[in-house]
Design a protein around this ligand. Structure first.
Ligand SMILES: [Zn+2]
Length: 313
């Protein structure tokens, strides 16, 4: 029998849960929809139910529970999440199991996993930037994810890159996310081409002049934001993740070229793909679960190749 923790990554549309052993083996994983439309309390109840259900898939009682959630988060409470409607939900509300629980911010928890045993293993200062429906960063500073004075640190998706640019959903003008998220690339191309529902991956691989223009603007926005980050925080590495990073060289090559060109008096940090893919949040939650259980030492020897776990969806 091996001991395990319950790990859960709560997203706006789905929740990914798993049982993770002290050697980092994913013993079980499962996905459920997030019942966001049913209101904040229903989501908390669904999380509680999911955690209890996951625990029954293990052999024995979990040592701890780790949760990655969106919004403003402390280790002991989910203070605010606009898309889930949460206000000050204590960690203990998320589980009826009598085991220690730790909460983490979704992107910073993914960054923690990349930092401990993923693409940033052994690197004390780097940026983890998942590019998906939105864009947010985990700033790893002196070996730990940094959330700033109030927990809003790392919102690089809302760094203005084009003054007086297009309005972002957040209300500001010219945000990075408005140009370079996967959702924005698809939306901006569809709008200009007079089409509906074109996906970012189709835009990236297209030689249609409108697609080239939209992609070029996304690359320009990214290189600007990454140059700013590099000049401010001097990372030794930039790790790109999320759905858009699957574009591979079509993303990495032009962004790298422009970043290098933009930085005149210093070297650009290397740009590398994330190692843990969409599982980063759940695996980071597992690290939190083990920390809750009094095992902060676990993780550095875990394999980044842990994604072949038995899965139920
Ligand atoms: Zn914005």
């Amino acid at each position: 029998m091996s001991s395990f923790v319950v790990a859960l990554d709560v997203g706006g549309t789905s929740m990914k849960g798993g049982l993770v052993s002290e050697t980092g083996a994913v013993l079980h994983s499962e996905r459920r929809p997030t019942p966001r439309a049913e209101g904040p309390d229903a989501v908390v109840a669904a999380i509680r139910d999911f955690i209890s259900h996951l625990a029954t898939a293990g052999d024995g009682t979990p040592e701890g529970v780790g949760l990655a959630v969106p919004g403003l988060v402390s280790e002991t409470a989910a203070n605010y999440a606009a898309n889930l409607g949460w206000r000050d939900v204590p960690a203990s509300d998320f589980t009826s199991l009598d085991v220690p629980v730790l909460l983490g911010h979704d992107v910073r928890t993914g960054g923690l996993a990349e930092s401990v045993f993923g693409a940033g293993r052994g690197i004390s200062d780097f940026l983890f930037l998942p590019i998906g429906t939105g864009i947010a960063g985990a700033m790893i500073i002196e070996g730990a994810p940094y959330g700033g004075s109030s927990g809003w640190g790392g919102e690089i998706g809302h760094v203005p890159v084009f003054p007086d640019g297009e309005q972002c959903a957040c209300g500001q003008l010219g945000c990075l996310e408005t140009y370079a998220s996967a959702a924005s690339v698809g939306r901006r191309y569809s709008l200009r081409a007079g089409l509906e529902g074109v996906r970012a991956e189709q835009v990236v691989s297209s030689d249609d002049p409108i697609a080239i223009e939209v992609w070029d603007e996304a690359v320009e926005a990214l290189s600007l934001a990454l140059a700013t980050y590099t000049l401010l925080l001097d990372p030794s590495l930039i790790v790109l993740g999320g759905g858009l990073s699957e574009a591979g060289p079509a993303l990495f090559d032009p962004v790298r070229t422009r970043l290098v060109k933009r930085l005149t008096f210093r070297d650009a940090p290397p740009l590398v793909p994330a190692a843990l893919g969409v599982d980063a949040g759940m695996l980071g939650a597992a690290l939190l679960g083990w920390r809750a259980a009094g095992r902060p030492d676990l993780g550095p020897d875990w394999s980044a190749d842990v994604r072949s776990a038995p899965s139920v969806s």
